[in-house]
Design a protein around this ligand. Structure first.
Ligand SMILES: Nc1ncnc2c1ncn2[C@@H]1O[C@H](COP(=O)(O)O)[C@@H](OP(=O)(O)O)[C@H]1O
Length: 350
C-alpha cells in the first residue's frame, strides 16, 4: 500500500515524461512550415502535431497503465481516410521516437511500428465515462489556434479517479519561469505543485521548484483570458474588471497556459465566460489546470460559483464558464462574477 506521499508518484512521473516527449514532436511542427491543418466538424482546427502528440502520450500511458481508460481530444478518422497526412504524422512520430532517450530509469514509454498501431493508440482516447475508475484525459495541443499563430499552447494531461482530478501535468513550451522558456507544471492532489524546465533529453535532470499563487489584494489583481473572442466573452470580462475596480491590463493568452501562468503568480484571475450558453466545456481543457491551481493555493469554480463536475463524461455538462483565482480574493471576486453572470445569462438552468 503506497503512503500518502507516494500516491500517484509513478503516474506523475510517467505523465511528465510522456508530455515532455510529445513536446519534442509539437515543437518540431511549431517551427515547421508544414502543419497540415484540417478543420474538424465543430469548425476547430487540428494539425499533424495534435495527432502525433496524442499517439505518443497514449502509447506511454497504455504501456505503463494498461488497465486504465483514456479520453483524448482527437480520433484517427481523419488519418485513416487521408494516407498522405497519416504518413506525415507517422514520420513525425518515428523521428521523435528515434530522437529522444527513454530516461535514466529506463521507463518504457511505449513505441509504435506502423500507422495502424499509431491509429489504434490515438483511438484509445475514445472512452467517454468519467464517474468511476481511473480515466486519463488528454489535450495533445490545447490552444491549437495559438499554436498556429505562434502563440501559447499546452499539452494537457490529467488523471481522474472516480471523477476527481488527482494528477495534472501541463507542458507549456512557450511559457517562461525565471527567465527560461519551456516549462512543465505537475501536481498531485494533496502534494503541491512544481514547475520544471522542459528538456529534449528525457535523461536530463530536471530542477523542480515549488510554486504558489499571487497574494495581491483584489484592486491590484489582473485578469487573464483567452485570445479568441469566440471562446470567452471579452466585453463582460472588461465590465467585471471595472466593477471590481481593477485597472491593470488584462493579459490574453491561448490554452491552459493561463492556468499555469496564474498558478505561478504571473497573474491572478483566469475568467472564461460563455459566448453561447449551448457550448459545453471539454474536460481536457480544464482537468490538469484545476488540480494545478488547487495545489498552488487557489480555487476553480464555474461562473455560478459551483465546483467543476468531472463525473459527466467528456464535457462539463453541469457547469457554465470557468473562474480560477487565489483563495485570498475569492469572496470579493466571485460576488461580482456571479452577479454579472446572473444579469447576462440568467439563472443556471443546469
Ligand atoms: N465556443 C467555445 N467556447 C469555449 N471554448 C471553446 C469554444 N470553441 C472551442 N473551444 C475550446 O477552446 C480551447 C482553447 O482554449 P483557449 O481559447 O483558452 O485557448 C480549444 O481547445 P483546442 O485548441 O484543443 O481545440 C477548444 O476546446
Amino acid at each position: 500500500m503506497a503512503t500518502t506521499c507516494q500516491r500517484y508518484k509513478r503516474e506523475r512521473h510517467i505523465a511528465e515524461l510522456a508530455v515532455q516527449r510529445a513536446a519534442i514532436l509539437t515543437e518540431a511542427v511549431y517551427y515547421s512550415q508544414v502543419k497540415q491543418t484540417l478543420t474538424k466538424d465543430d469548425k476547430s482546427p487540428v494539425t499533424l502535431a495534435d495527432f502525433g502528440a496524442q499517439a505518443l502520450v497514449l502509447a506511454a500511458l497504455a504501456t505503463a497503465f494498461p488497465d486504465d481508460k483514456y479520453i483524448g481530444e482527437e480520433d484517427s478518422a481523419g488519418l485513416r481516410t487521408n494516407p498522405e497526412l497519416s504518413a506525415l504524422v507517422f514520420d513525425a512520430v518515428a523521428r521523435t521516437l528515434k530522437s529522444n532517450k527513454q530516461g535514466a530509469s529506463n521507463i518504457n514509454l511505449g513505441t509504435m511500428g506502423s500507422e495502424q498501431e499509431m491509429w489504434d493508440f490515438i483511438d484509445l482516447g475514445n472512452h467517454d465515462a468519467t464517474a468511476a475508475g481511473r480515466v486519463w484525459t488528454l489535450d495533445p495541443i490545447d490552444g491549437t489556434k495559438g499554436f498556429l499563430r505562434g502563440g501559447q499552447y499546452a499539452i494537457a494531461l490529467a488523471l481522474l479517479v472516480d471523477g476527481v482530478v488527482q494528477v495534472g501535468v501541463l507542458g507549456c513550451p512557450h511559457l517562461s519561469s525565471e527567465g527560461e522558456e519551456g516549462i512543465i507544471l505537475s501536481a498531485v492532489r494533496g502534494q503541491g505543485v512544481v514547475v520544471k524546465q522542459m528538456s529534449a533529453d528525457l535523461n536530463s535532470i530536471l530542477h523542480p521548484s515549488e510554486i504558489s499563487m499571487s497574494r495581491v489584494p483584489t484592486a491590484e489583481a489582473s485578469f487573464c483570458e483567452g485570445v479568441e473572442a469566440g471562446h470567452s466573452a471579452h466585453e463582460l470580462q472588461a465590465k467585471i474588471a471595472n466593477d471590481l475596480g481593477i485597472s491593470k491590463a488584462t493579459v490574453r493568452m491561448d490554452s491552459q497556459a493561463k492556468y499555469a501562468s496564474i498558478a505561478m503568480g504571473q497573474g491572478e484571475i483566469y475568467l472564461r465566460l460563455p459566448t453561447k450558453m449551448t457550448y459545453e466545456e471539454k474536460i481536457w481543457d480544464h482537468a490538469a489546470g484545476v488540480v494545478i491551481i488547487e495545489e498552488a493555493g487557489g480555487i476553480v469554480v464555474d461562473m455560478y460559483c459551483e465546483p467543476l463536475d468531472f463525473t459527466q463524461g467528456r464535457t462539463l455538462k453541469r457547469n457554465k464558464g470557468v473562474v480560477a483565482l487565489p483563495r485570498g480574493i475569492f469572496g470579493d471576486v466571485m460576488e461580482v462574477v456571479t452577479r454579472n453572470a446572473l444579469e447576462k445569462y440568467g439563472k443556471s438552468a443546469l
